[in-house]
Design a protein around this ligand. Structure first.
Ligand code: TRP
Length: 327
């Protein structure tokens, strides 16, 4: 094995990725794959916790997620890209860890309470949904990573994974399950087209796979500095919803000109949107080319290769744990 430290993270396959995912999560993964041994996986069993009533649908989102990852620049030569449900060891570890997890820990989990309150159109009053963090703890502890890059909403789950590891180690008198550190991913830097958080359910997103010609009308409709009613009114890039896009995708050398033009009212929001449209096209074209080159067969091949590597690792962990538990 290499000397590098290990990192693991996962995403549920629930639909195409948008720019918010890219700048909020994937950009960070791209850096990590250069520095760590990374395991990135499709959490298809986790998707089932909310999609069980329509279980057959989940599978359809998996190749698209892998293609979005490849499009974004994840490199299957550098990281292990795998599918959770293909590694049955996750289910076995989930069973063992569920025995060690006090119910109160799960019931108190703030993310659990929030999602249950939000997704009122789905019946989440299930054992599986309550156990979501135990399954997640299994995903994590299986690979003994030094850290798990996640967003703020996932921190309570990660804390639970550590508590479960601690309890397992304590009760078995071992150090079999190292506690992973959190590696908080910076808050999403990119708002949606309307200024709210970018989210598929708000219809304010730009997908990584979205055809350029469909993006143009969306950009024309983007919200800018609301106090700037006419082109002759000075604007403020720091409150404009467009500027964060420029900061991430426009050539940095052009940013002073954009800021000054807005502040002095020497250029209008229409000009600003034209430049942004060019930047988006320049940013998305190489991604979309990589995506087009990744066929269904190639996506399946990437997963098959990653599954094999993940399975070897998981099998070793389970051998160790079974022997500790004498099962
Ligand atoms: N719960 C995570 C999410 O919704 C996905 C996930 C499942 C995960 N298992 C994980 C993330 C293990 C990190 C580590 O985003």
């Amino acid at each position: 094995m290499s000397e590098r430290q290990r990192i693991l993270s996962g995403m549920r396959p629930t639909g195409p990725l948008h720019l918010g995912h890219y700048f909020g999560v994937i950009a960070n993964w791209l850096k990590l794959q250069e520095e760590y041994d990374c395991f990135f996986f499709v959490a298809d069993w986790h998707a089932l916790t909310s999609e069980y009533a329509d279980a057959r649908r989940v599978k359809g989102f998996i190749p698209g997620l892998v293609k979005d990852w490849i499009a974004a620049g994840l490199d299957p030569e550098k990281c292990v890209i795998f599918q959770q449900s293909k590694i049955k060891e996750h289910a076995e570890l989930y069973l063992y860890l569920s025995m060690f997890t006090p119910l109160g820990w799960l019931e108190r989990n703030p993310t659990y309470k929030e999602i249950r309150a939000e997704l009122t159109h789905k019946d989440l009053n299930t054992h599986g949904f309550l156990g979501y963090p135990v399954l997640m703890a299994s995903d994590i502890l299986m690979y003994k990573p030094c850290a798990v890059p996640v967003g703020k909403d996932q921190l309570p789950h990660l804390e639970l994974a550590r508590e479960i590891a601690r309890r397992f180690n304590h009760l078995t008198g071992t150090e079999a399950l190292p506690e992973p550190a959190d590696m908080l991913t910076e808050e999403a830097k990119l708002p949606g087209l309307d200024g709210r958080k970018m989210s598929k359910s708000y219809g304010n997103s730009i997908m990584l796979s979205e055809p350029i010609e469909e993006i143009a009308p969306k950009v024309r409709g983007m919200k800018t500095d609301e106090r700037r009613l006419r082109k002759s009114d000075p604007g403020d890039p720091d409150v404009c919803n467009l500027y964060p896009y420029h900061k991430l995708m426009t050539d940095p050398a052009r940013l002073p000109e954009i800021r000054e033009g807005c502040r002095n009212a020497t250029w209008g929001c229409v000009d600003c949107k034209k430049v942004l449209m060019d930047s988006l096209e320049r940013f998305l074209t190489p991604l979309q080319e990589r995506r087009a080159a990744c066929t269904d067969e190639r996506a399946a091949e990437i997963l098959a290769l990653g599954n094999e590597r993940a399975r070897a690792f998981a099998a070793a962990t389970m051998d160790e744990l079974r022997s500790i538990l004498n099962y």
